[in-house]
Write a protein that binds this ligand. Structure first.
Ligand code: EPZ
Length: 429
């Protein structure tokens, strides 16, 4: 299993190109199942989760081809991939595939909308909480699907196709909003989704579906209106830049000090996190080409945060922010409100000398003068990268084990940090 070795202490300076967003690419790829024509996605990141989903889609009959590099494109630019689901050959998403990635459960929406049936294994994914699927089931029921849980599978059918309806999400859910938007796009009649997720990835999917012929308005607000259409066609669409990757590198710079331009990043996608970073004493300058992040001298000021659905502080940056706060000049509190078990990085950060105590869903972090390198274990995607951030500032050598978690969501992490002066390498075994 690969490991990442870091020798801490270097400041970061230079340019980091931001990749396409994993959490936008995955639902966009799944949307290709809604049409028999070709959906071309630009700026698709090279990530293990993308490869995994390509395999899952292939099982349903979605062919894909990857375009070669074009003039003027460097290797940093994501790939262009064409997806074509001329016919859906299998409406079952088996346990072996779905258990590896929670987002693959989302195929239930397009399968129901296009085929009127789906048999999808209940999902797995990062171990960050129980993550039930009750809202998906409830929402799809509202659109006229009958769903039973049989032997670990959600077995869904529609007798006469899906029908538009008004549905109020009992809790904000990104995945359930994606799925209901996709299903309602091909339902008969109008759908109104209330208390919908407002994440930029929802907007990105709605724009793509509209380019395919859907009639969706209001994405990015809590009320989304969808006028059902009878079929969708092909389109070309660009995956938006990864706001979580952006925030992660911004926190790395805040941690080590230095001056880095995050090329291609969009400040409007993560205002709350950037504002928090400014309060820690980091200078953030939005540029036309990205975001410049600087911290020179001065300590890291402690800031209290609470995770919230967009536009609040993202849960996907909570671990990284905790990494940063381990070296703040004072005490900070971090409250996780989205997932009930997203503190697995706490004990690993403690191995580097961090002082963190947990009180229910709140972590209290007492900033320390110094962290010291150690062997640590990656437990989930964002937790792993918080250990990298801490390792970049720790004295001596840190080795992060179980790097496959990182490969799920960070493209060329070592190369990007190396290029800015970090001493970091992958140890293959
Ligand atoms: C998406 O997960 C992201 N994944 C997650 O990113 C992210 O942490 C999360 O949204 C919150 O922002 C992708 O986009 C692929 P939810 P999702 O449904 O859709 C509860 C990462 O590191 N819930 O918004 O699965 C759920 O348990 C990942 O990239 C129900 O109770 O999250 C959670 O407490 C991990 N019943 C809350 O809602 C349901 O049926 C929000 O989850 C569905 C969700």
């Amino acid at each position: 299993m690969d490991r990442i070795r870091i020798v801490g202490g270097n400041t970061l300076s230079g340019t980091i190109p931001v990749s396409g967003a994993k959490n936008a690419a995955l639902p966009l790829m799944i949307a290709s199942m809604l049409t028999s024509e070709t959906l071309t996605l630009d700026n698709v990141p090279r990530l293990a989760d993308v490869e995994q989903l390509i395999g899952i889609l292939g099982n349903h009959g979605v062919d894909h081809s990857v375009n070669g590099r074009r003039e003027g494109q460097d290797t940093h630019y994501g790939r262009t991939i064409n997806f074509r689901a001329e016919s859906i050959v299998d409406t079952t998403a088996p346990y072996e595939l779905v258990s590896k990635m929670r987002a693959s459960f989302w195929v239930i929406g397009p399968l129901l909308a296009r085929m009127g049936e789906a048999r999808v294994s209940l999902p797995g994914g990062c171990a960050i909480g129980t993550r039930p699927v009750d809202i998906f089931i409830d929402g799809l029921n509202a659109l006229g699907a009958d769903i039973e849980i049989e032997s670990g599978y959600a077995v869904a059918r529609t007798r006469k196709g899906l029908t538009g309806n008004r549905y109020v999400f009992p809790k904000v859910s990104v995945g359930a909003t994606h799925v209901l938007m996709m299903a309602a796009a091909l339902a008969r009649g109008d759908t109104v989704l209330e208390n919908a997720a407002r994440e930029p990835e929802i907007v990105n999917l709605a724009e793509c579906l509209n380019a395919m012929g859907a009639r969706i308005s209001g994405a990015g607000t809590s009320t989304i209106q969808i006028e059902g259409v009878t079929s969708l066609g092909g389109a070309t669409h660009t995956v938006l830049p990864d706001r979580i990757e952006t925030g992660t590198y911004a926190m790395a710079v805040a941690m080590t000090g230095g001056d880095v331009t995050l090329e291609g990043a969009r400040a409007d996608l993560l205002e709350s996190a950037l504002e928090v970073l400014e309060r820690t004493g980091t200078e953030i300058t939005p540029l036309n080409s990205g975001i410049r992040v600087r911290r020179n001298g001065g300590g890291i000021a402690p800031v209290d945060i609470e995770t919230q659905p967009f536009p609040g502080f993202p849960t996907d940056l909570q671990a990284q922010f905790m990494g940063l706060m381990t070296r703040a000049k004072g005490r900070s509190t971090i409250r996780e409100t989205i997932f009930e078990n997203r503190f697995m990085h706490v004990q690993e950060l403690a191995r580097l000398g961090a002082r963190i105590s947990l009180n229910g869903q709140t972590a209290i972090v007492e900033g320390v003068e110094k962290l010291k390198g150690a062997q640590v274990m990656a437990t989930d995607l964002r937790a792993s990268v918080s250990l990298v951030i801490a390792g970049l500032a720790a004295e001596g050598e840190t080795v992060v084990n179980r790097v496959y978690h990182l490969d799920r969501g960070f493209e060329r992490l070592e190369a990007k940090l190396q290029a800015c002066g970090a001493e970091i390498e992958r140890l293959s075994s």
